[in-house]
Design a protein around this ligand. Structure first.
Ligand code: SIN
Length: 322
């Protein structure tokens, strides 16, 4: 039998209340495990209570702590796989951070829930059961950080929360899912192509405090002075542009006149498609295109790359690679 460690961080999966009104991160995951006795036929399970947070309160310090814990478990010969329970709101940020920074090829599967543990027909127990089943499988080894929600397997790079209400709250847009689950059966369809975990140049890097990066949201009449302030204040700024990372002329002027050291990434506020270099919006090539990364994921890659002291050429390279 496989040895699986579940790392609990809180979220709605450990929430208490009813679907329309609850507090995240209230219930011990042992109580949830007790409602799924069949899980003990899949694996021998050890639970580590990392934290009990609403995922909106997860911090960079938590990311770094989770990274160290996963690394230690990855080195432990007694551990075959890791499952992380996490709130859904910032789920994709933690998933992408770990996908870029874990020097580990053992299965790492994240899951959570949209209905609290005490709600009628809570979705957490089934998600947790399927996550443990996936973490037991050789197919999950070396595949990067994976996630399971509503019988669907996602990659830590591309998973995106797209629905604030339904139990089927996640999607990977035009990339498509990696596979699906039926109880403990795993049906993989695709594998992530972008570099991840042990393949990543950030996997063996030391991080203490990450550089600071913020996101500037583009909208009609958006304030150029706010962007100028952010460029002064942060080490890097991600523009959540319209369309394929576009913005008004007033924003283009701020970018073109900016001579400081902050790096600027152009992402899109849209869910699908990609941002490329643009001779129209950035003829001086002062920005780095984020391609398919959402603004909040582009921010994570930017912080990791800035922590390495990367300049424009390497920033261009990592945004093409990861
Ligand atoms: C949270 O992200 O912790 C609350 C929301 C959820 O888990 O669905």
């Amino acid at each position: 039998m496989k040895n699986i460690v579940i790392i609990a961080t809180g979220g709605t999966i450990a929430g208490s209340g009813i679907a329309s009104s609850y507090k995240a991160g209230q219930i011990d995951v042992n109580e949830i495990l007790a409602t799924i006795p069949r899980i003990n036929e899949l694996a021998s399970i050890r639970l580590i209570d990392f934290c009990q947070k609403d995922s909106n309160d997860i911090t960079e310090k938590d990311w770094l702590g989770l990274r160290s814990l996963c690394y230690a478990l990855g080195c432990d010969k007694e551990v075959d796989g890791i499952v992380i329970t996490h709130g859904t709101d910032s789920f994709e940020e933690t998933a992408y951070f770990l996908n870029l920074t874990l020097d580990i090829d053992k299965p790492v599967v994240m899951t959570g829930a949209m209905r609290p543990a005490t709600a009628t027909s809570a979705d957490g127990p089934m998600n947790l059961y399927e996550a443990v089943a996936l973490a037991c499988r050789p197919k999950a080894k070396g595949a990067g950080v994976l996630a399971v929600f509503a019988d669907t397997i996602y990659s830590g790079r591309d998973i995106t929360k797209t629905n604030s209400l339904k139990t089927n709250a996640f999607d990977m847009g035009d990339v498509g899912m990696l596979g699906y689950m039926r109880d403990d059966k795993v049906y993989m369809q695709n594998l992530p192509y972008r570099l991840h975990t042990y393949q990543s140049e950030f996997a063996r890097a030391e991080f203490d405090v990450l550089p600071e990066a913020g996101i500037y949201y583009v909208h009609t009449d958006c304030d150029p002075q706010l962007l100028a302030w952010m460029l002064d204040r942060y080490d890097g700024v991600v523009i959540a542009g319209s369309g394929s990372g576009n913005y008004p002329k007033a924003i283009q002027e701020v970018i073109e006149n900016y001579e400081g050291r902050a790096k600027i990434v152009r992402a899109s506020r849209l869910l699908e498609g990609s941002v490329f270099e643009s001779d129209v919006f950035d003829p001086l090539h002062k920005t780095i295109p984020a391609y398919r990364l959402s603004p909040h994921k582009a921010r994570i890659l930017l912080m990791l790359a800035l922590a390495q002291g990367y300049e424009q050429a390497d920033l261009d390279r990592v945004f093409e690679l990861y």
